[in-house]
Every structure is written in C-alpha cells, then in structure tokens.
Ligand binder design. Sequence first.
Ligand SMILES: [Fe+2]
Ligand SMILES: [Fe+2]
Length: 200
Amino acid sequence: MPQSNARGSEAQAKAAAIAKAKAIAPDLTARIGSTPKTKFRGDPDVFGRLVEDHDRHRALLAMIEETQGASADRRKLFDELVHELKAHAAAEEQALWSSVLRDPATTDFARHAIAEHKEIDDMLADLAARDMSSSGWLRRFAGLKEEYLHHIREEEQEQFVAAEARLSERDLLHMRNVFEERKKAEKASVQIERKIKLKA
Ligand SMILES: [Fe+2]
Ligand SMILES: [Fe+2]
C-alpha cells in the first residue's frame, strides 16, 4: 500500500474510534491530540482492533476531563468508560495475553500487561465509590488517566511488538475474531464495582 494511503487509513481508523466515544456525549469535544507512535493503527488483525479501542478510550478520558461536577455527561461517560475498559481488558486477556503468556519467550510481557489491568480495575472501583461532584474526584481521575495512557502506550510500543514477533498472521487474524466476540459478551455483563481501594 502506498504510504499516503496507509496514513489515510490510520487517520480514518482514529476518527472512527473517536466518533464512537463522541456518540455518548455529542456536545463535548474529544481532544485527544497527537497519539504516541504505533505501527498497528488501522491494521486488519487483532492489534489494529485493539488500537481502535485504545483511541476510543483516549477520547472518553479526554471528554470526562471536560465535564463539570456530578453532571449527567460525567456520569454517562464514566459509566461507559468503566464498561469499555473492563470489557476490553477481559477480552484482550482471553484473545491475546493467554496465548502470549504460554510462550516462555513472551511470558513477562503478558504478565506485565495483565498486572496493570488489575491496577486499573482497582482505580476504577475506587473512583466509582467516590463523590463525583468533589474536586478530589477529578484529581483522582487524572491519576487513572495517566496510568491508562501509560498502559496502552506500552502495549502498542512494547508488548504488542514482542507478541507480534512470535505469532503467525493466521493466529493474529483469528484473535481479532475472538476479541470481537468476547468484548461484546464481556461488555454486556460488566458489573460496576464501587469500593474505596486507594488512600486519601
Ligand atoms: Fe491492556
Ligand atoms: Fe489494550
């Protein structure tokens, strides 16, 4: 594919992902700015699909920061973020990390990504349990945003790269289908946990 077309499809993939987030609160802007470099955006295999979700999540995180107090938009967007992040992480573990974990050459990469999923889960439960209208909520939310952006940048630049080198093209295409199926099922059954887990 000529480079300009490749760049065009990357931009299209990013715009489509942002549009999905925007549908939740159309009046807010979703300024995600420039995203860290990745070679996977727009790819037809599992990695392109995962980056599509990551861009959608980047947009949701940016939009929540635009909301005020305990507004309807903040509630709706945070609810969607929790559903998205939990379903994405579970489906990613089932479709990708379980295989990557089994291969001794990449065990540590999978373990790293899965450990961060647990940390993010705890941060989500903690935020869900706290008063959304307090100024402390947005400060804590900024901590989650930083942690999550770090997680997906590392996946795109380190763990996906290591996994790709060990998996066949056929595996990667199959994993996209598994991810697609599992993400839908997981999203439909997400339970929002509300529990203070972090210190004041
Ligand atoms: Fe992840
Ligand atoms: Fe991910």
